[in-house]
Design a protein around this ligand. Structure first.
Ligand code: DP6
Length: 326
């Protein structure tokens, strides 16, 4: 590995208890605790090189040159790294993901976790997991949960206290997340815009007030590996978040007809003895959570629903890590 260069990988994550709305938008201090599972078969690999060979920061995603707001967001994140390391060099950033951008998988989580780790290492900083998770949080809130491994919790607090930690390692429970892709279109309002709107919904205060008890119940079910208890909690939490989205000003409707069909199908499968539970992020695609023994049948059934384009299956994943490419 060259000096001022490092490569890191990180997995995206799916939240069982959602982060929606900030106490502080700039610092990305969340209004409520959240809990997620890293998605082990999906990953982003990012190389950061601080070099005088470029005039300003350069960004390549999947071999395509990126400019505009996405580059500015990456530059702001690298500015935090440069300030900590007292470094002035611009950076070349090359990032590749093995999952489609806009597939309903929070790509910013894996992207900012990998960027933060590679950037910090390339700048010569040695950050512990908490410091790295705090740094990743500044780039994208959910990215802080892609720094530790397995099932992660992220608690609200001030800048120093709000970071993610492992609640249980990946090996604790071999769950599956089947990402059912029903649209690849770019969403008109992304998560960052959505967080800003959360306060405009009269339901947000009630969502935040109930988040701690859903979080505690989710943690207990997760530690007990009890899907029959976990499943209804994650469904309720996702639906409450979407109720906030739909009642914001202006309203955010992320679901389409196939999203609704999958919600109905999930309920039907359960009465037929096929246990699977849904959760949905800021988009129309549906994540189906089930035991590995049911994953094949759930995928087969999901593919029968009109509008379903693809199914990507993942097991629990480990932490963000540095890669030695020498
Ligand atoms: C619905 O972390 O993508 O996926 O901090 O603006 O990058 P930014 O938002 P982001 O929000 C994630 C929202 C969510 C729920 C979750 O992952 O907890």
């Amino acid at each position: 590995m060259k000096p001022f260069q490092a490569t890191a990988s990180a997995h995206p994550n799916i939240a069982f208890i959602k982060y929606w709305g900030n106490e502080d938008d700039l610092l990305r201090l969340p209004a409520n605790p959240s809990l997620s599972m890293n998605l082990g078969s999906l990953q982003t690999v990012t190389t950061v090189t601080f070099t005088e060979e470029v005039a300003g920061d350069e960004l390549m995603i999947n071999n395509q040159r990126i400019t505009g707001p996405a580059l500015e967001r990456v530059s702001s994140q690298l500015d935090l790294v440069r300030a900590q390391a007292d470094l002035r060099r611009p950076a070349r950033v090359e990032s590749e993901s093995n999952f489609p951008v806009g597939s309903g998988i929070a790509s910013s989580a894996a992207a900012f976790a990998a960027l933060s780790l590679a950037g910090a290492a390339a700048a010569g900083l040695t950050l512990n997991e908490a410091a790295l998770s705090r740094l990743a949080r500044r780039g994208s809130g959910s990215a802080c949960r892609s720094v530790p491994g397995g099932f992660c919790q992220w608690l609200p607090g001030d800048d120093g206290a709000s970071f993610a930690t492992t609640m249980a390692p990946a090996a604790h429970w071999d769950l599956r997340d089947l990402v059912v892709v029903v649209s690849r279109e770019h969403k008109p309002v992304g998560s960052t815009g959505g967080h800003h709107l959360a306060q405009t919904s009269s339901l947000q205060a009630a969502r935040v007030a109930g988040a701690w008890s859903r979080f505690e119940a989710c943690r207990e079910a997760l530690l007990a590996r009890d899907l029959a208890i976990l499943g209804p909690i994650i469904e309720e939490d996702a639906v409450i978040m979407h109720a906030v989205m739909m009642s914001s000003h202006p309203p955010l409707y992320y679901w389409n007809a196939a999203t609704m069909a999958l919600i109905e199908a999930t309920q039907r499968w359960r009465t037929e003895g096929l246990p699977a539970y849904f959760t949905i992020d800021a988009g129309p695609n549906v994540h189906l959570i089930c035991e590995p023994s049911h994953a094949e049948a759930v995928e087969r059934e999901a593919r029968k629903i009109p509008g379903v384009q693809d199914v990507l299956t993942s097991n629990p994943g480990g932490p963000a890590r540095l890669m030695d490419l020498t």
